[in-house]
Write a protein that binds this ligand. Structure first.
Ligand SMILES: Nc1ncnc2c1ncn2[C@@H]1O[C@H](COP(=O)(O)OP(=O)(O)O)[C@@H](O)[C@H]1O
Ligand SMILES: [Mg+2]
Length: 359
């Protein structure tokens, strides 16, 4: 009689010390629901907003709203020692758990920006998504813009500065913004996500307030000229050699721009799959998405976001290396439209993690 094959042990990381903690809980909820329990042995590891790592063994329904933190938890951490290859649980009882693959369902700072990926690289455990360098590059909108403009990829006109420079010479920087960019402009923290700290500014008088708000999220600030057009997104899946682009999806935002509430609270923005754009624009987006993905050294997955102007000009906005992953999020929905179920997408991402690690 053949032995039942051993399950793959997956650690799902969720929560995190980021302004997108709650979004991560939603993404993790969907992943837990859809991960094939016949194939995988799931270990849920939550990171609190304070940065505590807890192995959670309770009901996944407790994730939303944060009740899990007070539920069945034990302090645990991922060991940087590759001979452990897993989690060290402080107990009771103290023990180690072997992990075959880590799935970081974390967004934003300390999850999507390379910090966690550095620890994962040290641990020697294969993990889903981009490596440290690509994660850090894509998280920083100023670095992404600089690298992609060197490759002649169309983006909004922009400039960036450190907030301490603004504190010393606000008028110089504001004059530079007004001389180089047309209003409206978008003021953003260079490193953040989910529209946190992002403001649309219609004239010079609004700059101080918007810069102050962005500076609460990051020391680096980027200001971009507003692009008028449709907001569209393309999901890329694969490692450098075999990266593939999905169909293009469109966001019909209900607010002045696609802000945090629109994304996660009101649920009022509508997704159109495929996007309501001409075939040629969609082709250009798919090609540019893969080109940017390869250029920045991405692997596993990324969602590449664009604007399409009324003249059909394609303008790249940003790359998200750990995009929203709920079952109603754009990334999984785009692959569903390509014929992959959510569960199959998870299988594929885990396979890509093993392949990237040379397993
Ligand atoms: N240059 C721009 N022109 C027009 N709208 C913009 C521009 N930059 C950002 N936005 C709007 O603000 C939203 C959030 O900005 P984005 O750069 O995507 O930051 P985040 O990383 O927080 O998602 C976008 O989805 C879009 O609606
Ligand atoms: Mg965005």
């Amino acid at each position: 009689m053949s032995q039942p094959s051993k399950k793959i042990s997956v650690a799902l990381l969720f929560g995190g010390q980021s302004s997108e903690h709650e979004v991560s809980l939603m993404s993790a909820g969907s992943i837990i629901e859809n991960l094939d329990k016949e194939k995988y042995e799931l270990h849920m590891v939550g990171i609190t907003k304070e940065g505590r790592w807890l192995l959670f063994t309770g009901d996944p329904a407790q994730l939303s709203g944060g009740a899990w933190e007070k539920g069945d938890v034990a302090p645990a951490a991922l060991s940087p020692d590759p001979s452990v290859h897993g989690l060290v649980v402080l107990g009771p009882p103290a023990r180690t758990i072997h992990i075959d693959c880590v799935f970081p369902a974390l967004h934003g700072k300390n999850g999507e920006d390379g910090t966690l990926q550095g620890l994962l690289a040290l641990s020697g455990i294969p993990y889903v998504g981009c490596n440290t360098e690509a994660s850090a590059i894509c998280m920083d909108k100023a670095v992404t813009h600089t690298l992609l403009s060197a490759a002649n990829i169309e983006q909004a006109h922009y400039l960036w500065f450190y907030s301490d420079r603004f504190a010393c010479a606000p008028e110089t920087i504001k004059n530079r913004i007004c001389a180089r960019l047309n209003f409206p402009v978008f003021v953003k923290p260079a490193n953040a996500g989910s529209s946190v700290g992002v403001s649309r500014v219609d004239g010079p008088q609004g700059l101080d307030e918007a810069i102050r708000k962005a500076a609460q999220e990051d020391v680096k600030i980027i200001v971009e000229e507003g692009v008028t057009g449709q907001e569209v997104e393309c999901a890329v899946l694969g490692n450098r050699q075999d990266a593939q682009a999905s169909l293009v999806g469109e966001i019909g935002a209900s607010a002045a721009f696609y802000d945090y509430d629109d994304k996660y609270v009101n649920g009022t923005s509508q997704l159109y799959i495929p996007a309501r754009i001409p075939q040629e624009a969609a082709e250009e987006i798919r090609e540019t998405a893969v080109r940017a993905y390869r250029l920045l050294g991405c692997s596993g997955l990324a969602r590449v976001d664009f604007f399409v102007t009324p003249e059909q000009k394609v303008v790249l906005n940003e790359l998200n290396t750990l995009p929203g992953f709920t079952s109603i999020s754009m990334y999984p929905k785009l692959w569903m439209a390509m014929g992959l179920t959510y569960g199959e997408l998870l299988d594929k991402l885990i396979q890509l993690a093993f392949k990237q690690a040379g397993c």
